[in-house]
Design a protein around this ligand. Sequence first.
Ligand code: CFM
Ligand code: HCA
Length: 533
Amino acid sequence: PEEIKKEILAKYPPKVARKRAKQITPVSSDEKDGLKVGANVRTVPGIITQRGCCYAGCKGVIMGPTRDIINLTHGPIGCGFYSWLTRRNQTRPPSDDADNYMTYCFSTDMQDQDIVFGGEKKLKAAIQEAYDIFKPKSISIFSTCPVGLIGDDVHAVAREMKEKLGINIFGFSCEGYKGVSQSAGHHIANNAIFTHVVGLDDTVMDAKFKINLLGEYNIGGDGFVIEELLNKCGIELVSTFSGNSTMDQFANCHTADLNAVMCHRSINYVADMLETKYGIPWIKVSFLGPTSTASSLRKIAAYFEDQELIDRVEAVIAEEMAPVEAKIKEVKPRCEGKTAMMFVGGSRAHHYQELFRDIGMTVLSAGYEFAHRDDYEGRHVIPDIKIDADSRNIEELEIEPDDTRYNPRKTEEEMKALEEKGYPFKAYDGMIPEMEKGSLIIDDISQHETETLIAMYKPDIFCAGIKEKYAVQKHGIPMKQLHSYDTGGPYASFEGAINFFDEIDRMLNANIWQYLEAPWQKNPELSAKYNWE
Ligand code: CFM
Ligand code: HCA
């Protein structure tokens, strides 16, 4: 992997090479202690990054999957249009007339004159119009880059319209240029939901084991199959942040007894805030891959320390594991020994490795677009992370225990007793321990780095997003989107694992891309003539 790193850097000007070197980490031995990956720093301009912007993280990622709020983009139409359902998150309203605005795209459609004279008037009119047509219970406003540049005050408009219309209206200062990636947008969105929605409804669900699932966005229906699995075990979801979610669920999420955190990158601060304010402990889970799914169910059951639940979870695992094992037996002979690479946002490039390993495949290289160092090195590294100016720009809420509703779900002694038995509260290991000797970790990978990796390692499959898809296929390599899942999914839970194994088997063994020949491969001469002479 050192050679490949050298080859990648050789093409860059010295300053760029020095910067990129910190974000490219060869895993040269089985001893991985002390390995570091530079992360959450600015992208080198012009390098062609996979990253998205702060607005995308706030509007598309966190708020996109919530169906009963009108998500209004204050900005030019492109921002609203591009963030309109492209993530393939699904939702299931309880009835045909229940509020569901996810299929709509709301935008103030800013024009030149709004940029020059200010857009607040237009924003107010848009809120009024949306209210008159739909009578929603909430409206949120997303700021795009020009809003911050011209100084429109979306929060003042939100306060005024909230007062006028009597519904919950709040804004996000999630201008695209804030922070260094969409990660800043996650933080801004979650802070606003915590401030304006969480705790508004104290109704307690009548269920013995009730949890929140944080950091699961119901891409391709993942959230549906996870909820079905939990229900089968007798565990109820008070809320999911934010797959298949509603504002009402956020409003009473503080009544759950445990927070199970799937994509910690996008939401670990909400888990911390819910613990500080309401006394709800949190654990890390993953429902990607059968082993992780089983161990996450066991962790949840162990937390409640209820023998009936523990037994039921074991029975469900035994029942669900059988068809998964049969599927592995079927596809493994055709997939074993093949290689994969994955470069995805902030947690999937790690979570999906188990699914490839289960069918005998090796992960040659992986990395996140916008993760922070703890997503590579593990949560223990957080105190060592230097907070730079870009991160300081993103507000951290000061949270105190709630005067009346702080209620530690377990006493200090009970928490300690569990921890002494090895129970991992607030713990995750990150990607590095998963990576095999000889592999290469690359943070915020560029187009040139992607092409060099493909040329040198020749992986059997490459996983990333829509921007990378066609370039990869042109190299003759099958490409699986791990963001939108292309048209597939769900891939979570036991049921999803079976789907995923079938999909990868199909893609590896019906690889049409290798037969493609571009015209310039047959005839590399330029046949056209410039005629400027
Ligand atoms: Fe978390 Fe996500 Fe991801 Fe993410 Fe994303 Fe996504 Fe992703 Mo695309 S919240 S970090 S910002 S798991 S949208 S559902 S697929 S990059 S790896
Ligand atoms: C985003 C959303 C995205 C993009 C995926 C892609 C998603 O970053 O704004 O590039 O294919 O999952 O839809 O991550």
